[in-house]
Design a protein around this ligand. Structure first.
Ligand SMILES: Cc1ncc(COP(=O)(O)O)c(C=O)c1O
Length: 418
């Protein structure tokens, strides 16, 4: 057996022993951790061995599962919620000269799709309690150019859809829901469209966009879907998602199948490959249990943080079942003795990861310069944007981790509160 090569001494002194954390230092609690179970990994292996990697039977299976989960007629699996929003807005006919009303507290995707279609996003303020789109400010900002409302079920809590649907109907506007945070959220029957016993995303609207991004409820890395009860929307979205071609590859490549296809429309490349769809299919049956786990953790945080000065968790309204995608608190610096960024830094120093959802759209550099927005356009969102802090919330978070986050947060505030 040969001896392993020994690095020649360069005459340097031995490197100092690296600092080692004391063995009783608690492990960090990251903001998010995705756990993929063995059966999902086995399912991916099977797809990898199947000989078919891109969109095919697994993507179709995911679509059927999503449509069933949400009680919708159809779903189209796509490469992101952004693509779903884009295709739904395009199917609604959004184009140059139109305005698309979006809430200020959301991710850029909700607004950017309007810009890519040549339309103008109009940024609407949010309700101070829920951070959901404010129907009063929405009505105030409606013009003759308004074409579509894109409400966001922020943090998993559904918007008041009955009110939004009647407003949209009166103004002849389409609604495309940004349900990136709300796959498992629902609402009582009085929010539902006629005929449905409970409201779920896509109910009574043109369509809803879902996200399967790495930190979302159905994490597959990157992916999304459009769900809708409208045959025409789905048919066009499906065609546009794959270059506008008439027959997808999986149909053409069966032995003996006709190989030719037509391009019926100019489309895009937004399809979801089977490798990723497999991960979605495997995790679908766990979604209800994962939601229940997040709901229990959210209730645990609520109880632990109820009397911490200057810390106000986002409430869930009666009649609305949140998907509990995020656990968001507002930090009032006057009462807590430190601001959101200082609190996040202190939690970070104690090994706890946090995030911010969201800096409001109207304060983003690109939109300020494109649309000329100012903070005062959406004052409620502007303030919320400085105060919101998202704490770790995911199915793999233990009760002990949740308690540690609450305890450290309480201790930090106790050290600073006036
Ligand atoms: C509210 C909201 N809408 C849309 C998106 C875009 O989702 P995707 O990354 O799947 O395109 C996100 C992603 O974080 C989001 O938070």
């Amino acid at each position: 057996m040969s001896t392993p090569p020994v690095a020649p001494s360069m005459g340097r002194r031995a490197a100092p022993t690296p600092a080692v954390a004391p063995c009783d230092a608690p492990a960090p609690i990251p903001f998010h951790r995705t756990v993929i179970e063995d059966d999902a990994i086995a399912a991916i292996t099977a797809t990898l061995r199947s000989g078919w990697l891109t969109s095919g039977p697994r993507a179709r299976e995911l679509e059927a599962g999503l449509a069933e989960l949400l009680g919708r007629r159809h779903a189209v699996a796509l490469n992101s919620a952004t693509s779903a929003l884009f295709l739904a807005c395009k199917a609604a006919g959004v184009g140059p000269g139109d305005e698309v009303l979006v809430p200020a507290i959301t991710f850029m995707a909700t607004a950017e799709v309007a810009l890519h279609l040549g339309a103008r996003p109009v940024i609407v303020d949010v309700d101070d309690a829920t951070l959901l789109i404010d129907p009063v400010d929405l009505e105030r900002k409606l013009t003759r150019r308004a074409r579509l409302i894109a409400p966001v079920h922020f943090a998993g809590q559904p918007c008041a859809m009955r009110q939004l649907r009647s407003l949209a109907a009166a103004e002849r506007l389409a609604i495309v829901e940004d349900a990136a945070h709300c796959l498992t959220g629902s609402a009582a029957g009085d929010e539902a469209a006629p005929g449905a016993d409970r409201w779920r995303p896509g109910d009574g609207t043109l369509a809803a966009a879902l996200s399967f991004y790495a930190t979302k409820e159905l994490p597959i890395g990157e992916g999304g879907a459009l769900v809708s009860d409208d045959d025409g929307v789905i048919e066009r979205a499906r065609r546009w998602s794959l270059h506008g071609i008439s027959r997808p590859a999986h149909a053409r490549m069966q032995v003996g199948a006709r190989a030719t296809y037509d391009v019926e429309d100019v489309g895009y490349k937004m399809n979801l490959p089977d490798v990723l769809a497999t991960l979605g299919v495997a995790q679908l049956p766990r979604m209800a249990a994962h939601r229940a786990r997040r709901a229990a953790l959210a209730a645990r945080y609520d109880a632990a943080l109820a009397d911490v000065p200057g810390i106000r968790p986002l409430p869930t309204r009666p009649g609305f079942a949140s998907a509990h995608h995020l656990y968001v608190v507002r930090v009032d610096p006057a009462a807590a003795g430190l601001d959101r960024d200082q609190l996040a830094a202190q939690l970070g120093a104690r090994g706890i990861g946090t995030s911010v959802h969201f800096t409001p759209l109207h304060e983003m550099t690109a939109l300020k310069s494109l649309l000329g927005t100012r903070s005062a356009d959406c004052p409620v969102a502007a303030r919320a944007g400085r105060e919101v802090l998202s704490l770790p919330l995911h199915p793999a978070l233990t009760d002990a981790d949740c308690d540690r986050v609450s305890r450290e947060l309480r201790l930090i505030v106790a050290e600073h509160a006036p």
